[in-house]
Design a protein around this ligand. Structure first.
Ligand SMILES: Cc1cc2nc3c(=O)[nH]c(=O)nc-3n(C[C@H](O)[C@H](O)[C@H](O)COP(=O)(O)OP(=O)(O)OC[C@H]3O[C@@H](n4cnc5c(N)ncnc54)[C@H](O)[C@@H]3O)c2cc1C
Length: 393
């Protein structure tokens, strides 16, 4: 008989695991919301999936998306000075999570994976632990459900380092080559302009990371989509004139009423397993590895850790599921978790001179620009360049 696994949460981590594990194990998925509720809900992310994540989606036979909005490069500007466009080795893709998650959920149901719609809380969690051989906590930043211990060395902050302000817009002419447009305003924050796909077609995501109480932090009292659009216009004209110059007046608008978001994340890293009611419980994704979105790594790290958890469960398929399995999963994930977390935390602090120097070098030489673009696709290279002083070749 196949071992029974319950996956709580149908975001990036939960869906990767559902697709990956469904052949080898008896998988049940718990979703807080129906596919329709997800589709009609508010945006949650900017969700850029880099090449290795797209490769894992292929490995686990997850849905394939139109490449109309494929991201081929990273454009870099500091202040008002455009420095370079670095080419990504493999294209990336941002698909609106409302579209991605609801579509995957419907496909899993079609493929006869049992999906239960309910919210898990302290009262009903005990029943799940009893019923299944393993419960995987993929509840994202609203989690965790289990008391996974905090890794203090990786969790230096008690408060958010940025305010995240995101809108999905129509009516902005794309950059060429198509890519993510990063603008760093030292002392104020950052802007990421990202081409993305929604179920209504292509959009341009504008993602402001505002340092608290500085000049980009002016969205506090904004509640309606109209107020949000007006405020974005003002911010573009004042701080990002190049993006403002690409606005097409007749069509510039939010993609939909729920196509905007304001949030702030306090990063926290936890050991991703615990023993509860004498059984192993594991976490995957933001429930255990929650970083600031400034480097766009959350989905990619969730996908990576889902693959490592899948490989660990296969390795322990005929072994007891205990803390040894948990430790093996943590051993596999810890190196990348460390690299992503330390790089991401550093990017929320004033940028050290040697990092600014490296970015400036990118404006003189394409190979250097490509190397910096590659930081986002392979964060281990960012870690090497920033913390281990490897020379950009
Ligand atoms: C503004 C912003 C921009 C971002 N941009 C990027 C980016 O460009 N690239 C990138 O890689 N990452 C990005 N991220 C991070 C990325 O979105 C997350 O890291 C990723 O979605 C985490 O996946 P997850 O599965 O852990 O959690 P989620 O995708 O949040 O999914 C959590 C799931 O758990 C469910 N759930 C929660 N509580 C319960 C409960 N009690 N019972 C049942 N179900 C429950 C939720 O309904 C949901 O289905 C961004 C994040 C933010 C906030």
């Amino acid at each position: 008989m196949k071992r029974r696994i319950c996956i709580v949460g149908t975001g990036t981590a939960g869906l990767h695991l559902a697709y990956a594990l469904k052949k080898e194990f008896d998988v049940t998925v718990i979703s807080h919301r129906t596919a329709e509720q997800i589709r009609n809900g508010r945006i949650q992310s900017t969700q850029v999936h880099f090449g290795s994540t797209i490769e894992r989606e292929r490995r686990f036979s997850m849905p394939k998306w139109s490449e109309h909005t494929r991201i081929e490069s990273i454009h870099m500007t500091i202040g008002q000075q455009k420095l370079f466009a670095g080419t990504l080795a493999e294209p990336a893709l941002s698909v609106d999570q409302r579209f991605y998650f609801s579509h995957c959920l419907e496909e899993l149901i079609e493929r006869k994976v049992p999906v239960l719609f309910k919210k898990i809380n302290n009262e009903n969690l005990g029943e799940l632990i009893e019923e299944f051989d393993l419960v995987i906590d993929c509840t994202g930043k609203n989690g965790p459900l289990f008391p996974f211990p905090i890794e203090k060395d990786f969790s230096p902050f008690q408060t958010p380092q940025r305010k995240c302000i995101v809108g999905y817009f129509r009516g902005i002419k794309p950059l060429t080559p198509q890519g993510i447009n990063v603008t760093i305003l030292p002392g104020e924050g950052e802007m990421f302009e990202i081409p993305a796909l929604t179920d209504q077609g292509p959009v341009t995501i504008l993602f402001i990371m505002a340092i608290q109480e500085k000049r980009l932090d002016i969205f506090k009292a904004i509640r309606s989509s109209d107020e949000f659009t007006l405020k974005i216009r003002t911010v573009l004209q004042s701080f990002f004139p190049e993006i403002a110059s690409r606005i097409v007046e007749e069509s510039f608008a939010l993609n939909d009423e729920k196509g905007f978001l304001q949030t702030a994340i306090t990063p926290v890293i936890r050991k991703p397993y615990t023993i509860i009611q004498n059984k192993l419980a594991v976490g995957c994704g933001d429930s255990v590895f929650l970083n600031d979105p400034i480097t766009g790594q959350g989905c990619n790290l969730s996908s990576y850790c889902a693959e490592k958890l899948y490989e660990t469960l296969i390795e322990f398929k005929d072994e007891p599921w205990n803390s040894q399995l948990g430790e093996s999963y943590w051993d596999k994930t810890k190196p990348l978790v460390k690299q992503v977390t330390e790089w991401t935390n550093a990017m929320t602090m004033p940028m050290p001179e040697h990092v600014i120097d490296q970015i400036l070098q990118g404006s003189g030489e394409q190979a250097k620009a490509d190397r910096i673009a590659g930081w986002f696709a392979d964060p281990s290279t960012a870690y090497q360049d920033i913390f281990q002083g490897s020379k950009i070749q």
